[in-house]
Design a protein around this ligand. Structure first.
Ligand SMILES: [Zn+2]
Length: 299
């Protein structure tokens, strides 16, 4: 079993449990939290759910995303191996609960929870992720972002200039990409599912064209040395993200042409027009037919 396959299987298992509304009952007992040095004082933590970015400083730590609530004790133990300082800031890349599930557990008097405006709005009201028939209840008050921003937030902390940029209507309507400027690290959130067709949450205001625009914007700020933390998948770089960008562009071009020519979604699925890309991107949890549907409905 390849690493790529194992990862996509984990992800699909997580999302299956979402679709059954059973996230709380998913078996997290076997999940291990691993950490990997990225650059400077930044680490990437992986367990189940979205990748965590961790900036470690003498005055405390900053986390980007916090996976699922039941994993919080394990994530805290993993952070404890790297720092004895408290988590001062948690920055959420978007509202999905495999990225915000731990918010309530990480929020304390020491901690400020930050996200784009629409993340708080969607967590406050709860919602539905239609692709997986998942009804998401309103979040507990302590899990809500306390400081929100519309377009751009800058934070100067632990020797790092951090910039969070909102990316409108992309994976959802509340995505932010987080740039650690001094260390040349970027956390892409779910605007980047490495090596696989991405989930795009159209029912939360997402759009494939928005994902492409966001990835283009992020790429324009990178150089060959930039370390890229994807929302899901292993640590990456500009070259790999460019490859992913090209997949997005090709998908939009090919499906767009067919839709313009009057082809129905069913026609497009039957034609399998992205067959050439399926080998590289089609064995994740978003299968080629579902990917075609995201693209078609976004255009
Ligand atoms: Zn997501």
């Amino acid at each position: 079993m390849s690493v790529k396959f194992a990862k996509s299987t984990l992800l699909s298992a997580a999302l299956l449990s979402v679709s059954a509304g059973l996230a709380a009952q998913q078996d997290f007992s076997k999940v291990e939290i691993t950490h990997e040095a990225v650059a400077g004082s930044i680490f990437m933590l992986q367990g189940s759910g979205g990748n965590i970015g961790l900036l470690v400083g003498e005055e405390g730590n900053l986390m980007v995303d916090d996976q699922y609530e039941p994993l919080a004790p394990k994530i805290k133990a993993a952070i404890g191996k790297l720092s004895q300082q408290p988590v001062r800031y948690v920055l959420n890349t978007h509202w999905h609960f495999d990225h915000t599930g731990g918010n309530g557990e990480f929020n304390s008097n020491d901690t400020l929870m930050i996200a784009q405006d629409n993340v708080r709005a969607r967590m406050l009201s709860g919602g539905e992720i239609k692709t997986f028939n998942a009804k998401i209840p309103p979040a507990k008050p302590e899990a809500l972002p306390e400081l929100t921003f519309k377009e751009r937030l800058q934070l100067h902390f632990a020797g790092e200039d951090i910039e969070a940029l909102a990316m409108p209507n992309a994976h959802t309507d509340g995505d932010a990409i987080v740039f650690f400027k001094n260390s040349n690290v970027v956390h892409m959130g779910d605007l980047y599912f490495k090596d696989v067709y991405p989930f795009v949450d159209l029912s939360s205001g997402g759009s494939v064209t928005g994902v492409l625009a966001a990835v283009n914007g992020a790429l324009a700020r990178m150089d060959e040395q930039t370390k890229v933390i994807p929302g899901h998948g292993s640590l990456s770089n500009k070259a790999e993200l460019t490859d992913y960008r090209n997949m997005l562009q090709t998908s939009i071009d090919v499906v767009g042409k067919l839709k313009k020519a009057g082809k129905s979604l069913e026609d497009v699925k039957k034609a399998d027009p992205l067959a050439k890309l399926n080998g590289q991107f089609g064995d994740g949890f978003i299968k080629p037919e579902l990917w075609l549907q995201f693209v078609y409905k976004s255009l």
